[in-house]
Design a protein. Structure first.
Lengths: 337, 337
DNA sequence: CTGAAAGCGCTAACAC
DNA sequence: GTGTTAGCGCTTTCAG
């Protein structure tokens, strides 16, 4: 008899729509209508009563129940290679903000290229409404995307793959921009630091920019997109004879690593070696010297991706939605910035 | 009559335990038992049948339904001030990995100090099993933590607050470590760069280290924990007369900004000004010169936090679980590293 | 404008 | 070892 007492001031345990309905003196569905602006209208008076009850009880709707019933979770997932990489941290941050402003919550998953499919499975089980994949996908992952049936947008990839929509920049054009700039600074011997096999548009951009300037694209130092890799690549560059007068690093992380190698060897940048790179991640401006880098409009891309995932792909949408890049010139590539 | 046909090879739309049970020729609960190692045992033969059916249909359990039923979501939340800050990116990454290895998924929320309570509400609505709060909490947030009733662990805070358990390092001791080191290098005039009002243990550590060395702790340049703030603080330091011979930056981000200001003014580090800082975030080692910094065992703290959230606080646990810090000495504070 | 009833997919008693 | 039953909290027909 004392079991179903309802406290009048504060909530004790889990408060449900039941409790709110009881306190407001209405039925459960009416609470839904009032709260959701639901499928039905509610008289202002009832609405106020409900809202008051919600307030008084500290009622908080149960997202799991709602997701189960509606089949949508208001959850978005993002798969990144590594959140500790400033570029992906910035991307995740922008996506989180964009999603949050629409009442949607973000799940972050770290997954290296081999783990993308597994990540998609986990997100699908979570009933997310859509997924943003920033880890480079392999062919097997495309199958996983299709199997899960999740709305998916690729980002930070060379382009759309087998019909999966993608958002990104013209990586080839961006790389040419950077290398053209180095050429314009008078450099004739420009090394490429980065991945060189597979679908590497930045590598191709370097190669063609060199070719277009009548230069031989022969200096390639292969390295993954990491600071550590960049450091080793930088040392390799220093060990080569003759030393190139400039390097194009295919990511800021690589450039940062190379910069460290150059500093340790007391090589002046840009005096002895000029450096340009790609991504313009937040740390590029605070490197020393500040890095000239090809900037991607991460914020805009994040908002667009969230929009596409939540509102559906525009019917007339091209599979690959391309955003403009811009070369931000800083000290690392010019004497007088 | 053709409506309930079940495809024999691949799943078409949403596959449920129903479908699996039907195909395996068992009842629904048995599927649960087999999949979960459930409350009941299942004969190996049945188990195999079930697993085969799961495989064949591409069945994926619905996490929303499970969460609704069990009252646990296998979801953890983390609230950070800004994911774009490398320290918090590293923290979130470690937490994600630790959670993932236990089958738990991570929700990331960016929230500045004023938004923590709102973030907690959102996470509570999501039925998360626990929350890690890395954004500095204010008194009002404690109430929110209590109202939501969520298992919460504070991290990156001065200590436990009003009984909310916390994980972290001895910020005061870490700061003293860094400043003592600068003193040992012969510096007598060491400026403090960072927040100085409120509960700022790092500031106190600097002050007391100075006092212990018989030096006057008079040089304070207030700045928030950002690169931009550090840059301005660095310029302020350069404008002061006489110029201090060393600075203790209360975070790496501040140090990075100051470093930039010093470079722009062609001030040699550590020759003209030595620098030491706090956090040892991933970018500290790749700054130039590499930053001497007080290192926090982020990975260990992340794993511990996840453990506490998932397994409950050990009964004998102290409210503030302290991890050791370590000063990593790099070039920024010594002539010969 | 409001209410009664059904069910989303899963798990946990409780039988058999 | 396996099946039956009930219900988590919410939304949605469908009646009134």
């Amino acid at each position: 008899m004392s079991l179903d007492r309802q406290p009048t001031t504060t909530a004790r345990r889990r408060v449900t729509r039941q409790d709110v309905a009881r306190l407001a003196g209405v039925s459960v569905p009416v609470v839904t209508y009032a709260l959701n602006g639901g499928p039905k209208n509610v008289s202002p008076a009832t609405r106020d009563k409900v809202l008051a009850a919600v307030d008084q009880l500290g009622y908080r709707p149960n997202a799991a129940a709602r997701a189960l019933r509606r089949g949508r979770s208001e959850l978005l997932g993002i798969i990144v290679p590594n959140l500790a990489n400033p570029l992906f941290a910035a991307l995740a941050h922008e996506v989180e903000v964009a999603a949050g402003s629409r009442g949607v919550t973000l799940i972050v998953l770290s997954a290296s290229p081999g783990e993308v499919a597994a990540g998609l499975e986990r997100l699908a089980a979570r009933q997310v409404d859509g997924v943003l994949v920033a880890t480079p996908v392999r062919s097997g992952d495309i199958a996983a995307i299709e199997v899960t049936g999740l709305p998916t947008v690729l980002i930070n990839q060379p382009g759309a793959i087998e019909g999966i929509p993608a958002i990104g920049v013209d990586q080839y054009g961006g790389a040419r921009l950077a290398v053209d700039h180095l050429v314009a600074q008078g450099h004739r011997d420009i090394a490429y630091l980065g991945p060189a096999s597979g679908d590497q548009r930045r590598h191709e951009g370097w190669r063609d920019a060199m070719g277009a300037a009548g230069l031989a694209p022969v200096r390639v130092v292969e390295t993954p997109f990491t600071r550590e890799g960049g450091y080793l690549a930088g040392r390799t560059v220093l060990a080569s004879t003759p030393r190139p007068s400039a390097v194009f690093a295919s990511s800021d992380q690589i450039a940062l690593g190379a910069l460290r190698a150059f500093h340790e060897a007391a090589i002046d940048v840009p005096g002895d070696i000029a450096v340009a790179s790609f991504d313009d991640s937040p740390d590029a401006a605070y490197a020393w010297p500040p890095l000239s880098s090809v900037s991607q409009p991460i914020g805009r891309m994040a908002r667009e991706a969230v929009g596409r995932l939540l509102d559906g792909v525009p019917a007339d949408g091209t599979p690959f939605q391309q955003f403009p890049v811009e070369l931000v010139v800083r000290r690392s590539s010019v004497r007088e910035p």
